[in-house]
Design a protein. Structure first.
Length: 364
């Protein structure tokens, strides 16, 4: 396994670990959220229980006061009986459920016993008013037990509230962790996309000139469909005239600078909507839309100006000279883009032949 394979394996292992951690955190978050919902529902039920526990405490005092005032409130006593029975059994129509708390249940059991004793004394007091001290004592004892029972229920609810707050904090921590993991994953995906885009760009970039490479040129010309009649497309073919003499006389480094210099001139002269590329060693192409005869002439004139300016930056004696041929889709109706470029190539070759003959040189 070479270094690239090891790095790829490490990256895959890192991604797998992140996926496992993310899955575990999602499961933990789901479980904690479920517990949070259950505890919230439990608090709602316990709130109902505390209200009825408070009614038992306050109702007993009102019942005793009514007895002392000479009013026997059997209806109130019956309501308190029903509350006490449902609080102990968890069965009834009031919607009171039982608490799973030993302290509360022990106090409630003692309260129920005291409630039965308080009722007996109330019944006896109705017959014998001299039992007033016993009524006061039983009422006071019952009130203290009822008060303790309410406190125990509230303490139990407080523990649930604490659990809820803890779960809320833990939920927030897990959310933050998941957010961080997903943000990291998103950043990694964006970085990967940038890397892929950069690699894709490099795959179609000629490193020596910065123009599109031969692969990109072939793909640009790979369309077998005829050019539509309403589309004005112009193909240009360029070929440097003196690359071999430059290499022979000044060396290949000078030849490379000649190629790069013409590429710079082509990039500077070409409008934004024109595709430019290096199709071969000293061959270049351009494909433009919406270029009539006037636009083509302006482009070629400006290319000559740019080439002359850049030539001054090249080593002494290195000249930018090139042959050019172009063909417009309106001249060759029904052709595809590759066929149109072939026509431009023929014209470029004819132009090159004329230029070479004018200089007394063989066509290269």
């Amino acid at each position: 396994m070479d270094i690239y394979d090891r790095e790829e394996a490490l990256e895959m292992g890192k991604d797998n670990k992140q996926d496992v951690v993310r899955m575990v955190l999602v499961v933990v978050l789901a479980i904690m959220t479920l517990f949070l919902i259950l505890n919230v529902n439990l608090i709602q039920g316990n709130g109902n229980l505390i209200n009825y526990a408070g009614r038992l405490r306050g109702g007993s005092q009102r019942l005793v006061k009514n007895e002392l005032a000479g009013y026997s409130d059997d209806k109130l006593m019956g309501e308190l009986d029903a509350i006490m029975t449902e609080m102990r059994s968890g069965k009834g129509n009031l919607g009171i459920h039982q608490l799973e708390d030993d302290t509360y249940n022990e106090l409630l059991a003692a309260q129920q016993v005291q409630w039965l004793e308080l009722k007996q004394i109330i019944y006896a007091y109705r017959q014998d008013k001299t039992l007033l001290p016993q009524l006061y004592g039983a009422s006071e004892t019952y009130y203290k037990l009822a008060d303790a029972t309410v406190d125990a229920a509230e303490d139990y609810v407080d523990t649930i509230v604490l659990k809820i707050k803890t779960l809320e904090v833990l939920d927030m921590v897990v959310f933050v962790m998941l957010g961080f993991i997903y943000a990291t994953k998103l950043k990694d995906m964006r970085d990967l996309h940038k890397e892929n885009s950069a690699l894709n760009a490099l795959a179609y970039l000629d490193q020596a000139t910065g123009l599109s490479n031969s692969r990109a040129c072939k793909e640009r010309l790979h369309n077998p469909d005829p050019i539509a009649a309403n589309v004005l497309l112009t193909c240009f073919m360029f070929d440097l005239n003196n690359l071999k003499p430059t290499n022979d006389k000044f060396g290949h480094e000078a030849g490379d600078k000649l190629i790069a210099g013409f590429a710079r001139a082509l990039k500077q002269a070409a409008p934004a909507h024109i595709f430019t590329g290096r199709s071969g060693g000293d061959e270049f192409i351009a494909v433009g839309t919406r270029m009539d005869i006037v636009a083509c002439q302006k482009f070629l004139q400006y290319l000559g100006t740019c080439a002359a300016r850049i030539e001054k930056e090249l080593p002494a004696g290195v000249k930018i000279s090139f042959a050019e041929g172009h063909a417009m889709s309106t001249e060759f109706p029904g052709t595809n883009i590759k066929q149109l470029m072939d026509q431009a190539d023929k014209r470029m070759y004819a132009n090159k032949k004329i230029m070479k003959q004018a200089m007394g040189m063989a066509v290269r």
